[in-house]
Design a protein around this ligand. Sequence first.
Ligand code: C2E
Ligand code: MG
Ligand code: MG
Ligand code: MG
Length: 288
Amino acid sequence: AAKKAGRNRYAWFDASMERELHARNELETGLRAAIPRQEIVPYFEQQIDLATGRLHGFEVLARWEHPHRGLIAPEQFIPIAEETGMIADLSLSVTRQALLAARDWDSSLSLSINISPWQLRDPWLAQKIIKLLTETGYPAARLEVEITESALFENLALAQSIVGSLKNQGISLALDDFGTGYSSLAHLRALPFDRIKIDRSFVTSINDNAESAAIVGAIARLGESLNLPITAEGIEDKAIAERVLALGCARGQGWLYGRPLNRTNVRKLLAERRLIASAAATAQGADS
Ligand code: C2E
Ligand code: MG
Ligand code: MG
Ligand code: MG
């Protein structure tokens, strides 16, 4: 009987693995078709200057507007896009849509885009991003690129050359999710970063966990001595915002300021705050 149960368990396990594999293949096939159809779209998360409350700009976050399954989060498809190399096309498509959307926003506003480790294997990445800026007319000085530390392991020389080309154009560079993964202070010297973003795992727990608060404080002091301003991600309430500001984080983002918005809702927000370039607002009043 035990043997039989064991065999049944195996059979069940196989079936569930097969279902999982099938689901993954379906997602991959769907994703391949979704990119050229522009079903992968940019959402925009507000980035706030904490001392003044002023809107500094937005981080661009990919979402899959699936025709049957609704909105799909990047955790579901970015890993597949990375494994298959589709991330290159996906990211350029999302970036292009974001730059186009942002063209008529107020000229005080910036955009931050995420670059994944896989993309930093492409020797032409900087040229591709610069070409998008030229095509869309979006100014380089208002663009920031976010990379994580894991991007620095594979080919540091290539990453340095790509980043050098981007910075020559006036694009700035942020170190994303600092404090997680294989954090090493040496990474701060490996590339000419303009800013550090503290991972949200430390920020969301800052008022419940003494270690989190100590880590955020230490990173903020490190940033101050290296002249690198800090962004805190994952600010979910007012108490967190006040705490990270007191600890020395100049900028922040998170659900306190709202969930990431699609371009239509960004336009509404900016129109309310009179942050749409006025000529564009009248010319494109009907658009979106
Ligand atoms: P990330 O760059 O660290 O982005 C921040 C993530 O934290 C976003 O999740 C955002 O929605 C979430 N978040 C923001 N505020 C809060 C908060 O107050 N509380 C909590 N719990 N979460 C908050 P999202 O959009 O699911 O993105 C996850 C990750 O996917 C991003 O992490 C980024 O690494 C990657 N990603 C997203 N879009 C792109 C893209 O276009 N290209 C690439 N290469 N990666 C992307
Ligand atoms: Mg990011
Ligand atoms: Mg981050
Ligand atoms: Mg993160």
